[in-house]
Structure formats: structure tokens, C-alpha cells
Design a protein around this ligand. Structure first.
Ligand code: ADP
Length: 366
């Protein structure tokens, strides 16, 4: 019976538990044996009790649990060949040759690298006498399937990543709370939200909360934006608005790639508009708590698809990543999606902001 490993890696995101649950149960339903690999790549490198066989009831109730119950970590060892060698040994010792990784672009890059090196890693382990050739029989290919767990919605080729709508929901709730107090005192609030390289959360929160102004990394404001922002807010105030909300993504920059700080935006509002202005940094509440309905559904449908992808893989196939496009679950080549995502980030560094928007926006092309 085929043994399938599932791990969560990189930054945690609401919905990751739903993904693990779906993979575990779909694997069992298909006659396979699922294994959870605890603490991401750290567990893979350490092995032992970090790799645990999962049963149907082990994931009971996981849909409504926040964070990731099998743990996640950033693992420097897995970036080294010896770390991946240890990981390969631990998988072979457990008879696992398929790995479903739920994480961000870093985790998925690591997974694909592991797949590419797999035959060489096995040969080296056999040569060193750490495993036998017989143990590798039928496991000469490593099957990798990616699922994107990220609150930032920062992967090209998919409309939504697991966790992004939960985080957006949390931001909206927080801004609603801020709204009431802002209205009462007729104040302005600068709200800092997560998104170091990707402005999706800030942009969508702006739309969903009716913010006055939004700063995102992909589309820095033109020079003199201070006046533009103030004119817009003045107009809103003249129309009778008693509250002002400006949303700043963590990675917001100006056209010279200088960080736009919430404190600076606050100073501008205080000085130019004489508004009583406060800053709220939402921080980790954006990651915590239970997944929203959409993320539970997405994690479940994609977990099912991930197991299907493992079972339909042919020798020599590229690793796929599971997507959702126009409400349909699908697959695209994992490394193409990762590379296009990273190309978008590179565009920003080169001040090609239109290029960044295009790569973010564009439907994934194989
Ligand atoms: P995310 O998956 O959220 O993008 P990271 O970029 O921190 O987060 O990656 C998570 C982990 O994936 C890293 O700590 C490392 O163990 C592994 N990883 C990332 N990139 C690579 C790589 N190029 N080679 C091997 N492992 C990698």
C-alpha cells in the first residue's frame, strides 16, 4: 500500500489543519497509508517520532482548529545537502515515496529540489551503508505535490491560497472595531497589515472596509502622494465622513523603494490635516484563530486533489501545485508557479512596478 507523507511548512496559515485532515482521510479512502511529518522539514530531517502514521480519527475536529496542529518550522538544515540526505533516509526507513507539502514558495522550492535530488540521495545513502538497495525498490522516484498555505495570497497561478480569506476576514473584523472608535472621536487610523512582498491583504481589506487610502508594495504611490492622500481624505471629510482609515501593507514602499512607515503616514495626517491620528498594527491576530468557511472548503477540496495528483503521477512528471482558478480546483507545474511568483518580486526590486502588477495579475501561463 502506498504511503503518503503530509507536512506543513513555512509560515502557518488558517486552513492548514483542514488540508492535513483532507489528505489523511482521502489517502485512507484510496487505500493508502498517510503519515504526518511534524514540524515541517525539521521533522523530516530528525525522523523518529516526528514521522507518525495517521488514522481516520486522528484528524477528527481539525477543520475548526486554527494554526497547524502538526507544527511548522523554518529549517536551515534542509537547505544543506546533508539535511536532505537525512530526510531521504527517514522517508525510506518509513517506506514513504510521496510527499504533500503545504507551505509557501520557499517550502515548495525545497520540496521540488528534494525530488530532483532524490535518486542521487538514495545512491549516496546506499553507498554509505545507511540503507540497502532493496529498501529503495519501488521507491526510486519521489512524488511531490504542493499545496499553497499562506495568508498573503502571494502565489501566481492560483486565485487564492489556503489562509488568505481567513486573514482578510480577521482584518475586516479588526477594522470594524477600529471604525467605531474612530467615528466616535472623529479620528484617523493608520492600520498596518501583513504582506511583505504582496499587497493582496491590504488591497482587499481596503475594498472590503471602505478605506480612504491604501499602500501596497506592487504599486507605490507617485511622488507627492502626501498631497494626493490628503486631498482624498479632505474630500471624504467634506462629504460628512467622521472616520479616516489608511491601510499600509507591511512591505509598502515608495517609487524609490523606501519603506512607507505607518508613523510617517500618521505624521502627514496630523500635520497637514490636523487629524487626531492613531496607529494600529494588527500583527499576529491576522494569522490566528479558526479558518473561515472558504478556507475550510479550499483546504478540503485541494487536499482531495493533492492525493489524486499523487496517485495519477507518471514517472518523470513535473511536480504539480494544487490551485483554484475561477472557482475550479486544478494543478499547474509547481516550479513554473514559484518562478513566476519570484519574477514578480524581482520586478519590484528593479522598480518595474507595471511588470510586478502584470505578473501578479496575469493568469498563469505554462
Ligand atoms: P515559505 O514556505 O513560507 O515561503 P520559507 O521561505 O521560510 O517559507 O521556507 C520554509 C522552509 O523551506 C525553509 O526553512 C527551508 O527548510 C525550506 N526551503 C526553502 N527554500 C529552500 C531551498 N531552496 N532548498 C531547500 N530547502 C528550502
Amino acid at each position: 500500500r502506498k504511503k503518503i507523507g503530509i507536512m506543513t511548512s513555512g509560515g502557518d496559515a488558517p486552513g492548514m489543519n483542514g488540508a492535513v485532515r483532507a489528505v489523511v482521510r482521502m489517502s485512507i479512502a484510496k487505500g493508502c497509508i498517510p503519515y504526518a511529518i511534524y514540524e515541517g522539514y525539521e521533522g523530516l530531517v530528525k525522523g523518529g517520532d516526528k514521522i507518525k502514521r495517521m488514522h481516520w480519527e486522528d484528524v477528527r475536529g481539525w477543520l475548526s482548529e486554527g494554526g497547524t496542529l502538526i507544527g511548522t518550522a523554518r529549517c536551515a538544515e534542509f537547505r544543506e545537502r546533508w539535511g536532505r540526505l537525512a530526510g531521504a533516509k527517514n522517508l525510506i526507513l518509513n517506506g514513504i515515496d510521496a510527499l504533500i507539502v503545504c507551505g509557501g514558495d520557499g517550502s515548495l522550492t525545497g520540496a521540488d529540489r528534494f525530488r530532483a535530488e532524490w535518486p542521487g540521495l538514495l545512491d549516496e545513502l546506499i553507498e554509505k551503508g545507511e540503507i540497502t538497495a532493496e529498501m529503495c525498490d519501488g521507491h526510486r522516484e519521489l512524488n511531490i505535490v504542493g499545496m499553497v498555505g499562506s495568508i498573503d495570497n502571494d502565489m501566481t497561478g492560483t486565485d487564492a491560497t489556503i489562509g488568505c480569506y481567513s486573514s482578510l476576514t480577521r482584518i475586516c473584523q479588526a477594522v470594524d472595531f477600529i471604525d467605531s472608535t474612530a467615528y466616535s472621536h472623529s479620528r484617523a487610523f493608520v492600520v498596518e497589515v501583513m504582506g511583505r512582498h504582496c499587497g493582496w491583504l491590504a488591497l482587499m481589506a481596503g475594498v472590503a472596509c471602505g478605506a480612504d487610502f491604501v499602500f501596497i508594495p506592487e504599486k507605490p504611490p507617485v511622488e507627492g502622494w502626501e498631497d494626493e492622500m490628503c486631498d482624498i481624505i479632505k474630500k471624504h471629510r467634506a462629504l460628512g465622513k467622521r472616520k479616516t482609515i489608511v491601510i499600509v501593507a507591511e512591505g509598502a514602499i515608495d517609487r524609490n523603494l523606501n519603506e512607507i512607515k505607518a508613523t510617517y503616514v500618521k505624521d502627514v495626517l496630523c500635520e497637514k490635516l490636523k487629524l487626531d491620528t492613531r496607529i494600529t498594527t494588527l500583527g499576529h491576530v491576522q494569522r490566528g484563530g479558526t479558518a473561515c468557511a472558504y478556507d475550510r472548503m479550499l483546504a478540503t477540496l485541494q487536499g482531495v486533489e493533492a492525493v489524486e495528483a499523487v496517485l495519477s503521477a507518471q514517472p518523470g512528471d513535473e511536480s504539480p501545485v494544487i490551485t483554484i482558478t475561477e472557482n475550479k480546483i486544478g494543478r499547474v507545474p509547481l516550479m513554473s508557479a514559484v518562478k513566476q511568483t519570484q519574477a514578480g518580486a524581482e520586478c519590484i526590486k528593479k522598480k518595474d512596478f507595471d511588470g510586478a502588477m502584470r505578473l501578479r495579475d496575469r493568469e498563469f501561463e505554462e
